[in-house]
Design a binder for this molecule. Structure first.
Ligand code: HEC
Length: 176
């Protein structure tokens, strides 16, 4: 035990742990590449644009294998992205982007950083705007030719937006 501890300590010293010699300053471009947060009010949305019409081919190529032809998902495997509007307050709530998500902006944030599941971070801003527009349009929230960009997206009103309540725990100070 003692021997192992000494060995690890030695190794740690050799590697420079505890001496501030590990790593290097992060280059600006790398920080920028990871700094992609979009806030619910739209702050942080990038330049770019897209419509549902443009999103169709992108969806077919990059999303359909999992989320299925009509965005209905694959039961028990991949979530559906449409439907369920009005079901949240029933014994069988169907939680989808259309029925549940409070902001269109955070759908953008989520897709931009996490989708396609097998290739996260690979979509251009135009592609993300287009697939977000497609999902909103498939849910009947916007029209097929309505352009989504950093000005129009935060204005989209999601059907379930008014049904979230602020966290009631006394130590949570966040105001919404
Ligand atoms: C390889 C399969 C796969 C591909 C391809 C894929 N997704 Fe997903 N997607 C998933 C899985 C799995 C989840 C659930 C992830 C989780 O809950 O952690 C998900 C979740 C989502 C959600 C959140 C659904 C919700 O209500 O929680 C959205 C929106 C979404 N995907 C959009 C897309 C879009 C747009 C594309 C194409 C650009 C795409 N996905 C491609 C597998 C995939």
């Amino acid at each position: 035990m003692l021997l192992r501890f000494s060995f690890i300590t030695l190794l740690a010293c050799a590697l420079g742990f505890g001496q501030g010699r590990i790593g290097r300053p992060a280059p600006e471009e790398r920080i920028k590449a990871m700094d992609i947060t979009t806030m619910s009010n739209g702050a942080g949305l990038p330049e770019g644009k897209g419509t549902a019409a443009a999103g169709k081919s992108i969806y077919k190529e990059k999303c359909e294998t999992c989320h299925n032809e009509k965005l209905e998902g694959r039961e028990g495997q991949y979530p559906g992205l449409v439907g369920g509007i009005g079901s949240i307050n029933t014994p069988k709530p169907a939680k989808t982007v259309g029925s549940y998500w409070p902001y269109a902006t955070t759908v953008f944030d989520y897709i931009r950083r996490a989708m396609p599941y097998d290739q996260p971070g690979s979509l251009s801003s135009d592609e993300v705007y287009a697939v977000v527009a497609l999902i909103l349009s498939a849910n009947g929230i916007i029209g097929e030719n309505v352009e989504m960009n950093k000005t129009s997206l935060p204005k989209v009103k999601m059907p379930n937006a008014g049904n979230f309540v602020p966290d009631a725990r006394p130590d949570v100070k966040a105001k919404r």
